[in-house]
Design a protein around this ligand. Sequence first.
Ligand code: GLP
Length: 224
Amino acid sequence: EGSVYAAGVIAKIIREKAEKGEKAVIGMATGSTPKSLYDELVRMHREEGLSFKNVITFNLDEYYPMEADSIHSYHYFMRKILFDKIDIDPKNYHIPDGMVPKDQIKKYAAEYEKMIEDAGGLDLQILGIGQNGHIGFNEPGSPVYSKTRLITLDNNTRIANSADFSTLSDVPRMAITMGINSIMNAREILLMAWGEAKSNAIKKSVEGKPTEELPATLLQHHYN
Ligand code: GLP
């Protein structure tokens, strides 16, 4: 039900923008949480003619280092679950490149921010949440003014995500992620969380004091 609701929010933005001849700019998330949302968008595309021709997307994050073609990459995840099943123009979706040489990441990250800005900014950012309150891969301690950057993953994040890998040591130790500020600049934010494993993080995010120690609490400062 939550995914159907979220898909409805996205579809409304896409259709309203299409009517005006404008692009819809959507921030995408990965993880198990949004899978059912993407399934619903695919269903809407196939059964209701929802077109993604006027849609530009920016994904929150990618592991580092990570080849785009690896089955563990968020590139692969997004193509397989959504992009290859809808009519989005491949040049309109963007996912951080997990293979940028280290000494060029700063420049690359600034370019990623610039691309979002040039597209007109995010109309909507979809988020999941980590059990430690991370959003994107903004781990506890991520500054409120942070932009896209390289980050070291928390050990508990690596453990949580190791289910997708053969062993824990196969989980990358780093990631490129949009920052807290990049997320907060979206005109609307929709965070999805299902199940008891997320209840503690959600309780703190909604009822706790905003703190960089639990990045999702910072969303309390967003107006929409
Ligand atoms: C991952 C992603 C996040 C996601 C979170 C929760 O590490 N970088 O964007 O929200 O962890 O994942 P899941 O939805 O599988 O619980």
